[in-house]
Ligand binder design. Structure first.
Ligand code: BGC
Length: 809
């Protein structure tokens, strides 16, 4: 990796899946994996194209039960472009000598290139370069260009350009038992000598998808007319173009594609929209220009500058590129192009099929970056949740609760999409999946609304949607909590916290745990802030909302009481217990397991295969209690605990951190983000080490094979946010933007841009100074605090503040 480039030299079939994922190109509307244009799903390659929000549901019979699964659909493949010497076999890299092979992703421009020299069995050497883009400015467009140069031969060649709708969802090996054929062919035909159109429909959701493509051949910059052989069959259309390739005279083949679905606005049919758009789309080079401009504009807001002081230089330099890669994949998954799409934040991006494209709580790790850079994207993504409020209300009521119970996994319509069972490849067994009991997902949504408001001050959004979300989620938590008169405390029983290693008490016949600290503290926070949110609304809106929700003073008083009396448990003299009864679990012999299995991130699967269960141990997959220290500052936690009537002694923070860090397998990529964050104040070196591990999560595929199934978007973006908010100490409290930096030791300077309540601020942080440069704006002043001192900053002002040493170590 160098400044703006992720490059792979050589072709390694074992790494191809990961590289295809990391070389995915997308624009927030759709994305296509970085598979070679000649590749098919053959065990090495997996071409996949995913359109945001395009789901389909199919039944499968497993172990005597019919189960339904909803998948983000693998849409028709627009890439296919291959060639052959006329009359011979289509090229197959596996049968050729690869003299050189390099694939490079240009992050600044959003262009993927491949350059290779190959020699066939008859000794003919060909130089092939291809470039491709998925247009960031024109969300329905993608294009590729292949340049063929015969180095030491001449002869007739044929190029086959196709659209393939016969694809299925077969990208994740452990889902292969499940129904995977989501596309029904509708139409496949040539529109003229250059263009073809493919239309398909999803089986159950009935979404129409159309792709139109145009193929042109150029030599010396001139269009070359070729003989075209057209063919089509159900779900597939191809054009074969024949021409003579002269030695050392490059020929360029260009394919431009346009993709629409019936979910799009302002169209008649997807087929008409795709073909009409294509008819007015310029050639490849012009598309490159407008596409690069769109990326330039994004990078102006999103880039982060890092400078090292020479120590640990290689890793800081590498980190800077990986940070760009992570921002790049974020914006390819959600961007301004997603604003009108009614789509959520898929945990694995638009990059693969793991978790079937579902939306979890991972947006908690994604929104902070967007809030400070492009809050209109957060707003649109929060509306995905708002539109599914009726579904969450239905779910709450069906389970005997009130308010809105959001699903742990969400897809098209907001019903619970979590699997009933999952497969453990180690034991070959199907196991009950109880992760839907993670009721804390609603608290994450409420927290996200609040954070969005804190950064933007967008009261209109609160009035239109945000307040209702928070109130209905608060109502749900209030109905989940039960009063225990013995302690005069409220309890939440039968749930799961974020740590997925604990789903039940050892030997219990029912899933669920009692008084999970994370859930209870988050519930207390939601119930507390619900009232504050109401007070922020204009009086008439507040009244309307209360009337509509039948929310009166008695209920608000009950919420207030619950928010002060949720029950927590403690272990080891003051360490917050993950849940009630955690102290009775046994310690795991970590060393023995590490020795026996090496990688024990998925200890749950290991233990199950041994006939044991993680439920018996003080061992967690990921941050649970420590999530609280990730989401709240010590000041905020102190206030929460005070309200709850529990002592909060800040000296227990390091002990709590140490306690759980030692008992975590880091089995979720999200975990390192939270852990790096909580360590940042007390152990900067340890925090930076964890941050570096989080940074290489997908690049080095540290989960041993999961990256080929899609990126880990939450961890990717969370790692950027560590630089944005954690090491800068950026925090919003009391209408002040606090900056309290603790740069990792090897970092000399950090530069970034943030948007805050109508202001755009450039921040440059060094060891001794904080430089703030404001852009002119309509809002005259803002309050900013450096460490503990609050200043007034005028719009457009540039100031350099000396940075006093931090108060605590
Ligand atoms: C983690 C969850 C996460 C999900 C999707 C799971 O492995 O335990 O916390 O939401 O992956 O990223």
């Amino acid at each position: 990796m160098t400044g703006w480039e992720l490059a792979y030299d050589g072709f390694d079939p074992t790494q191809e899946g990961v590289r295809e994922t990391l070389c995915t190109l997308g624009n927030g509307y759709f994305a296509t994996r970085g598979s070679a244009t000649e590749a098919t799903d053959d065990g090495v390659h997996y071409p996949g194209t995913y359109v945001a929000g395009c789901y389909d549901r199919l039944p499968t019979e497993i172990e005597g039960r019919v189960l339904e699964h909803e998948d983000l659909v693998n849409a028709p493949n627009w890439l296919p472009l291959t060639w052959r010497v006329a009359g011979e076999d289509w090229i197959e890299l596996a049968k050729m000598e690869i003299l050189s092979y390099r694939r490079a992703l240009d992050l600044r421009r959003g262009i993927l290139t491949r350059e290779m020299r190959i020699r066939d069995a008859r000794g003919r050497t060909t130089h092939v370069t291809d470039r491709r883009l998925v247009h960031m400015g024109e969300p329905h467009l993608a294009a590729l260009e292949v340049v063929l140069t015969a180095e030491d031969w001449s002869g007739p060649v044929e190029v086959r350009s196709a659209l393939d709708g016969r694809v299925e969802n077969r990208g994740v090996a452990r889902y292969r038992r499940l129904a995977s054929q989501h596309l029904v062919p509708v139409d496949a035909r040539s529109l003229d000598e250059d263009t073809m159109l493919l239309e398909v429909r999803t089986v159950q959701s009935g979404i129409g998808i159309a792709v139109a493509a145009r193929t042109h051949v150029y030599e010396d910059g001139q269009r070359r007319t070729c003989q075209v052989r057209k063919s089509s069959r159900a779900g597939y259309v191809a054009h074969e173009l024949a021409f003579v390739l002269e030695a050392k005279r490059p020929v360029t083949i260009e394919k431009v594609a346009s993709l629409y679905t019936s979910r799009d606005w302002a169209i008649s049919t997807p087929g008409l929209a795709a073909s009409e758009t294509l008819a007015v789309t310029p050639a490849f080079d012009a598309l490159v220009e407008s596409h690069v401009l769109a990326w330039d504009q994004l990078w102006r807001s999103f880039d982060i500058g890092l400078e090292t002081d020479g120590r640990d230089e290689a890793s800081v330099v590498a980190s800077a590129v990986i940070l760009r890669l992570h921002v790049f994949h974020l914006l390819q998954t959600v961007s301004h192009n997603s604003v009108d799409l009614d789509t959520g934040v898929g945990a694995r991006g638009l990059h693969g099929e793991a978790y079937r494209g579902h939306v979890f709580w991972d947006e908690l790790f994604v929104f902070p970056l967007l809030n400070f850079r492009a809050p209109d994207i957060t707003r649109a993504l929060l509306l995905y949740r708002y539109r599914r409020l009726p579904s969450a209300r239905r779910a709450a009521s069906a389970a005997g609760y009130r308010g809105a119970m959001y699903p742990w996994q969400s897809g098209s319509d907001g019903r619970e999409e979590t699997d009933k069972i999952y497969f453990n490849p180690r034991s070959g067994r199907w196991i009950a999946d109880c992760t839907h009991l993670q009721r804390h997902v609603g608290a994450a949504i409420a927290y996200n609304v609040w954070q969005y408001y804190q950064v933007t001050g967008d009261r209109k959004f609160l009035g239109d949607a945000g307040a209702e979300l928070i109130l209905e989620i608060a109502r749900f938590f209030a109905s989940l909590a039960r009063h225990d008169p013995r302690f005069d405390r409220f309890e939440i029983r039968g749930v799961m916290g974020p740590d997925e290693f604990h789903s039940a008490y050892p030997d219990a016949d029912q899933p669920g745990l009692d008084n999970n600290a994370y859930t209870n503290v988050m519930a207390a926070w939601v119930l507390w802030h619900a009232r504050e949110v109401l007070e922020l609304l204009p009086r008439d809106r507040r009244r309307e909302l209360c009337e509509r929700l039948a929310l009166g003073p008695d209920e608000l008083a009950r919420w207030d009481a619950i928010s002060r009396k949720l029950r927590l448990h403690f272990v080891d003299g003051g360490v917050l217990a993950q849940f009630e009864g955690y102290d009775r679990l046994v310690e795991l012999d970590w060393d023995a397991y590490r020795k026996r299995y090496g990688n024990i991130q998925r200890l749950d699967l290991i233990l199950e295969a041994e006939g044991d269960s993680p439920n018996r141990y003080k061992a967690s997959k990921q941050a649970d209690v420590l999530m609280l220290f990730y989401l709240f500052s010590a000041e905020e936690l102190c206030a929460l605990f005070e309200r709850l009537g529990y002592p909060f002694d800040s000296s227990t923070i390091p002990r709590t951190i140490d306690y759980y860090l030692r008992r975590s397998s880091e089995g979720s990529t999200l975990s390192r983000i939270a852990h790096a964050w909580v360590l940042a104040r007390a152990d900067r070196t340890g925090s930076w080490e964890l941050c570096k591990q989080a940074l290489i999560g997908d690049v080095a595929d540290i989960q041993g094979g999961t990256t080929r199934e899609g990126i880990h978007l939450g961890a990717m973006v969370g790692s950027v946010d560590l630089l944005q908010r954690c090491y800068t100490g950026l925090e919003l409290r009391e209408d002040v933007l606090w900056i309290n930096p603790r740069l990792p030791e090897s970092m000399r300077r950090l530069e970034l841009l943030v948007r805050y309540r109508g202001h755009t601020l450039g921040l440059a942080i060094t060891r001794d100074t904080v430089e703030v440069s404001g852009e002119r704006s309509d809002i005259p002043t803002m309050r900013i605090a450096i460490r503990d001192t609050v200043y007034e900053l005028k719009a457009g002002e540039r100031r350099v503040f000396p940075l006093p040493p931090p108060k605590y170590k």
